[in-house]
Design a protein around this ligand. Sequence first.
Ligand code: ZN
Ligand code: ZN
Length: 236
Amino acid sequence: MSIDATIGVDSPPIAANLPGALAGHPGHVMTSLPIRCTCGEVHGTLEGVADGRVGLRLSCLCVDCQTYAHLLGRADEILDADGGTDVVQVAPARVRIDEGLRNLRCTRLTDKGLFRWNARCCDSPIGNTVSSRRVPFIGVLTSCLDLSADERDARLGPVRASVNLPAGLERRPANAGFGAQLSVVLRSIGLLSGAYLRGTHRPHPFFGDDGTPIVTPEVADADEVAAARARITRSA
Ligand SMILES: [Zn+2]
Ligand SMILES: [Zn+2]
């Protein structure tokens, strides 16, 4: 694959597109973070982590993300106290799987669900996409980035908003207000349009050039999904 070369070519315009204060900062460097499943069979790289501006960091509280964490048996590690999954949405070309592709699995909770990419060797989640690579971002679960909580904030920037709150949630998490939601919409638009403008919608680590997923998605067993959903606890 020629992904390295493409990212190399791609990097200067991104730096140039950053706001002046950042782009002109003398200490400004483009760096990368390792992506790693728990057992280490699958590893890769998240590129373009610069001054907390890698992408849009969110906490998703939707029932499906919580169900998925329980389905993998990793809820304790993935979900925060509010049941949120910490994801950073990035352009596809930022993500590279370097080793262990044979262990890459694509799980759907239903036949219409998101593509949830994970490592079958140890049930570690890596990232989520929609079922078409034409929506040019990957929600990388920060649990696969091997960072402490403090390091996550420093390297990725803060969680911008908690989104997809389930109905009837008793305690509203931080960043769930209207202002935070609006900023997410604006940042998402910027991320999507920026990916096309800068060409970072490809290469895509999970889809081939013809647009098909590189592994066949597997729809999870309905009974197992129901059991996982039943394990979601609502913290008050
Ligand atoms: Zn593994
Ligand atoms: Zn979700």
